[in-house]
Ligand binder design. Structure first.
Ligand code: PGA
Length: 265
């Protein structure tokens, strides 16, 4: 795991953008896994700016949404389909056929989830999966106790997730109780994973994710097993980490290590 501690949200977004941009330069038909939530909004804003400046071209990029509420139609203002359209897709030159989403109202849930996974595999898997983290350590909507090898499926939201997401609904009762989400096993198959978090209220989840034991009680802790996971956080989200100085030291020396390795080759 690479732990990158930044001063503020601006810097978190810049770092994430750098990674996405580099990945796209290497592979223009990049397969991106994208989350919703408050955290990635700044990243999406910057992607739109880069696209407007023609520094990144989305015409060949393929995207897969991470999760969706069950029971909401695509045009419901709180659906993840709507969020992605409003905050990213409608502003960039992405080819609509390259946008893949989990449906909020599939005819057959199991078949829909299976077909979604097959679609991901048909593109050779997700190259870069962006993630947020819940205060309870969830990734996607894989709530605590989710199987660490789970596939895309239905999940029941925890009461704390319902409460956290209720800010976007007029009434907590309107927050759907069920969702579809990429499984943890599915997420782990992405070639690179970038998790973003900021603020004190994510501090405990980040501590458990990075320095705690790997456990289904903290789904994000599975990222410790991923060979290319980057955790990009601000000082507050990093506040409980015991090896914070070491992570910062590693990051500071990163270019020197890269130079050293390059010279050896
Ligand atoms: P947030 O959500 O970005 O709105 O904090 C993250 C999550 O619950 O995964």
């Amino acid at each position: 795991m690479e732990i990158i501690i930044k001063q503020d949200y601006e810097q978190i977004c810049e770092e994430a953008i750098k990674i996405i941009h580099q990945a796209w330069k290497k592979k223009n038909n990049l397969v991106l896994g994208l989350p919703t939530g408050k955290t990635p909004l700044g990243v999406y804003r910057r992607l739109i700016e880069l696209n407007k400046k023609e520094e990144i071209d989305f015409s060949q990029v393929i995207t897969f949404s991470l999760d969706e509420y069950l029971g909401l139609e695509e045009n419901h203002p709180q659906s993840f389909a709507y969020y992605m359209e409003k905050n990213l897709f409608q502003h960039i030159n992405i080819n609509k056929e390259n946008i893949y989403r989990l449906s909020g109202n599939p005819e057959n849930i199991d078949e829909h989830c299976k077909a979604y996974e097959e679609k991901i595999n048909s593109f050779g898997g997700i190259d870069l999966q962006i993630l947020g983290i819940g205060r309870n350590g969830h990734i996607g909507f894989n709530e605590p106790s989710s199987s660490l090898s789970s596939r895309t499926r239905v999940k029941t939201l925890t009461l704390e997730t319902i409460e956290a997401n209720s800010r976007l609904f007029q009434d907590e009762k309107e927050v759907p109780r069920f969702c579809l989400t990429l499984g943890i096993g599915t997420i782990m198959e992405a070639k690179m994973i970038v998790l973003l978090a900021l603020g004190k209220n994510k501090g405990e989840a980040i501590f458990k994710c990075v320095e705690g034991p790997i456990t289904a009680s903290v789904p994000a802790s599975i990222l410790q097993l991923h060979p290319q996971a980057k955790i990009i956080i601000d000082q507050e989200a990093a506040s409980l980490l015991s090896r914070k100085d070491y992570y910062q030291w590693v990051y500071k020396n990163k270019e020197r290590v890269d130079d050293f390795i390059a010279k050896k080759k």
